[in-house]
Design a protein around this ligand. Structure first.
Ligand code: SF4
Length: 339
């Protein structure tokens, strides 16, 4: 039996104060990952602070600069189907709908999506060591079954990947995460929000205990004309990505004027690499150009016994998705050719 206290927060300050006051306190919103973690005995909150009544954070609003603010408590489903998201940020809409199931997307919140934990099988098995669960205990995935694990940015402590689809699109679009904490409010560029495992794989992101994500800002440019999200997985729905790619292009005739490229399922965080985007800019949008970008992204890729295939899969996915981004018709539902 896990005994715990429950508190309904009245506003963001009330929520952050309550969690910051106790190391054993946690926020709960949709709960779609927290309840999993609790059932697996991986978290043991003594106090749950319910933030579902913070109505200020349940809206999607236009920003004065022309961008869009996604409230942290808006569900993933409401975000994906919001008319302004569909019209101006279809890459984000498509990435969200590639994730989870309709039931989970109806419960899961935008803030929670950023905070989900890895799906490494060893992490969820308390009978085996895991550096992410118990620092210093070891990483059985290194020599074990590592089919779903990282090929980029891993450390000798952890080779887990971050599982979100939504976050791959947010990284590509250059979103900003707004946070409220004990020291006030601050904004974190999306690509700086999550961290690589290094020698502290138990820490997934740069939040402090008690920090509350309040919203996510999208910049003005949504790349709504030429974009694609390609997710490759072991089954067609309700599975995490082996490799996913978010591509967004601004074209002038057949020439790429601006480009965004981010990968999911390959690292401890959404993997965006400006050097690879630079390779695309000013070049003809064709397979050779996307192959050149793939070469840059994957130059330091390292596979393990069961996931070596991901390196070639990622290369093909980057090329395929680049070509799909050229043709809006490939963005129709179900248009997900395999790499
Ligand atoms: Fe744990 Fe990371 Fe190793 Fe998985 S890869 S067993 S999460 S340390």
């Amino acid at each position: 039996m896990n005994n715990f206290e429950y508190k309904q927060a009245t506003d963001a300050i009330d929520a952050t104060d309550a969690v910051a006051a106790s190391e054993d306190a946690m926020f709960i919103a949709g709960g779609t990952n927290l309840v999993d973690l609790w059932k697996y005995n991986l978290v043991h909150p003594k106090l749950l602070v319910d933030i579902n009544h913070l109505h200020n954070h349940k809206h999607i609003t236009e920003l004065e600069n022309g961008g869009l603010r996604l409230g942290a408590l808006v569900t993933n489903a409401d975000t994906a189907y919001h008319p302004l998201v569909e019209e101006r940020y279809p890459l984000l809409s498509k990435a969200i709908l590639a994730g989870a199931s309709p039931q989970i997307r109806n419960m899961a919140t935008n803030g929670g999506n950023l905070l989900q934990r890895t799906r490494c099988y060893y992490f969820y098995d308390p009978d085996v060591p895991c550096n992410k669960r118990e620092p210093g205990s070891g990483c059985p995935a290194m020599e074990g079954y590592n089919r779903i694990h990282a090929i980029l940015g891993a450390s000798d402590q952890c080779i887990a990947v971050f599982p979100s689809d939504m976050c791959v699109a947010l990284a590509a679009l250059g979103a900003v995460v707004n946070v409220s904490g004990n020291n006030g409010e601050r904004s974190i560029p999306f690509t700086d929000f999550h961290r690589l495992p290094g020698d502290a794989p138990d820490i997934d992101n740069h939040l402090h205990h008690g920090d509350l994500i309040t919203s996510i800002d999208l910049p003005v440019r949504g790349f709504a004309q030429n974009y694609s999200y390609l997710k490759l997985r072991d089954r067609h729905s309700y599975a995490f990505a082996l490799v996913s790619v978010a591509t967004a292009l601004e074209l002038d005739g057949g020439i790429i004027r601006d480009a965004r490229l981010a990968l999911g399922g390959v690292a401890h965080k959404p993997w965006r690499m400006h050097e690879a985007e630079s390779v695309l800019i000013g070049r003809t949008a064709d397979e050779a150009t996307f192959a050149a970008a793939a070469e840059v992204i994957l130059a330091d890729a390292k596979g393990f016994k069961y996931n070596n295939f991901k390196i070639e899969l990622a290369r093909r996915a980057i090329i395929r998705n680049g070509m799909m981004a050229l043709n809006p018709e490939t963005q129709l539902p179900g248009a997900q050719p395999s790499a």
